[in-house]
Design a protein. Structure first.
Length: 72
């Protein structure tokens, strides 16, 4: 359903939902989790898919690693 920023999802006939990121499967939701996802995805689809797949932490990891408190 639209891959503007990398995430897309497809609902299968058996009720499961497959979430892809840049063409690769990032997660499959079944049963109640699929229903929860479909109810929530209308708000901000890209953010919701990133949260459900665990792929939402991007951008500041390198800066945090270089912080003096995190150096070994």
């Amino acid at each position: 359903m639209g891959e503007s920023r990398g995430f897309a999802y497809a609902q299968r006939a058996d009720g499961s939902v497959v979430i892809t990121h840049r063409g690769r499967v990032a997660g499959t939701l079944r049963g109640g989790r699929a229903a929860e996802f479909l109810a929530e995805v209308d708000d901000d689809p890209q953010l919701v898919m990133a949260r459900w797949t665990g792929n939402y932490r991007r951008g500041n990891e390198r800066a945090a690693r270089q912080h003096p408190r995190n150096r070994a």
